[in-house]
Write a protein that binds this ligand. Structure first.
Ligand code: ZN
Ligand code: ZN
Length: 352
């Protein structure tokens, strides 16, 4: 085992470099993994820009990255009791929750009430060293066996796939439902497949980016081009004036939240996973009179294992949304391609 490794170190907002840093040591019930593929998430771009000061990350310098796959290189004390061996192929997720608070005990560990408390909770790549490095330490709660049929780069997209399944679950998508999705990035596309896995009859995806509209259409979704005007009447026209049973808000922009609520059928439900950085006005009168429901959806809670067979069977498509690959040493190029909406980038894989 080498004593140092390459890592993407963010020194301060918008300033990062590849550095040689010590290989971390796995503690009790942790493993050290050799990272083979890590995918860039919208959160990474925000975090590197310094959009969540003092929170994600708590301080600089910081190593981000939380959507990854690789193989176990070393076991910390006790990890073998959970069946792990050196060489096992795994996909990671970020929330390593306390397991003791009421929300954890009820299975909602994404809402851990000890969030960020030293020694009780960590979120890899957010408030603890992430996977943009040759090696990463993860607790056994945050690693999941990667089937042989999935490549490491596909494995790196299992975490966002679990988040998409979570938002479809939060939306209570029922068989035959018409599901509208605002935002055709990785989560929006994955959420369309997750809605179908739950039995959605129709998936209508709203987007304004040419490349993403084409990708959504190639996935077999009905598309509404938001550049052609307000998508709310368009969705109503497509649904005999009634609206969609469920909206999954995957864009995180204020106008998309308003579309998602506006296009709902009476009694409809909107689950929001996009995180607007500013406040949004919501139509409380309609929410009351039409008994609309609006719920949040944060990360995933138990969906990593459940999504694995759906990814393996191609029912939630991950290979199809991987558009670019870069070595870790070219992270600057990878990130600028990711944030450039004209590049056609959806998921970018970085290989340490
Ligand atoms: Zn992510
Ligand atoms: Zn907890």
């Amino acid at each position: 085992m080498p004593s140092t490794m390459q890592a993407l170190v963010v020194l301060e907002p918008n300033r990062f470099e590849i550095r040689e840093v010590p290989v971390p040591t796995p503690g009790p019930n942790e493993v050290l993994a050799r990272v083979r593929a890590v995918s860039i998430c919208g959160t990474d771009a925000h975090l590197i820009r310094g959009d969540y000061p003092g929170f994600w990350p708590p301080s600089f310098p910081f190593i981000p990255g939380h959507e990854w796959a690789g193989e176990i290189a070393a076991l910390g004390p006790g990890a073998e009791r959970y069946g792990w061996r050196v060489g096992d192929r795994v996909a990671g997720t970020s929330h390593d929750a306390c397991g003791v608070c009421q929300k954890c005990v009820e299975g909602r560990y994404n809402l851990c009430e000890n969030y960020g408390r030293e020694g009780l909770h960590r979120q890899y790549g957010h408030n603890t060293q992430g996977a943009d490095a040759t090696y990463v330490v993860h607790g056994v709660k945050c690693i999941f066996r990667l089937p042989d049929s999935l490549t490491f780069e596909e494995g790196a997209v299992v975490d966002p796939a679990s988040i998409a399944l979570h938002v479809a679950n939060r939306g209570n998508v029922a068989p035959g439902d018409t599901v509208a999705i605002t935002g055709g990035g990785a989560i929006g596309l994955l959420a369309g497949d997750a809605a179908r896995a739950r039995g959605a009859g129709r998936v209508i995806l709203i987007e304004r980016n040419e490349g993403r509209l084409a990708k959504a259409a190639s996935f077999g979704f009905e598309v509404v081009d938001a550049r052609d005007g307000d998508p709310v009447p368009a969705v109503r026209r497509m649904t005999d004036g009634l609206g969609a049973d469920v909206a999954l808000e995957c864009a995180g922009s204020p106008v998309a939240v308003q579309w998602a609520l506006g296009l709902l059928r009476r009694g409809g439900r909107c689950a929001a996973v996009g995180i607007p950085t500013v406040g949004v006005e919501v139509p409380i009168q309609r929410i009351v009179l039409d008994e609309l429901e609006l719920v949040g959806s944060r990360a995933s809670a138990g969906e990593m294992r459940r999504v694995m067979p759906l990814v393996e069977q191609g029912r939630i498509r991950v290979r199809e949304i991987i558009t670019h690959r870069f070595p870790l040493g070219h992270y600057d190029q990878a990130l600028s391609t990711f944030v450039d909406r004209s590049s056609g980038a959806i998921k970018i894989i970085v290989e340490p």
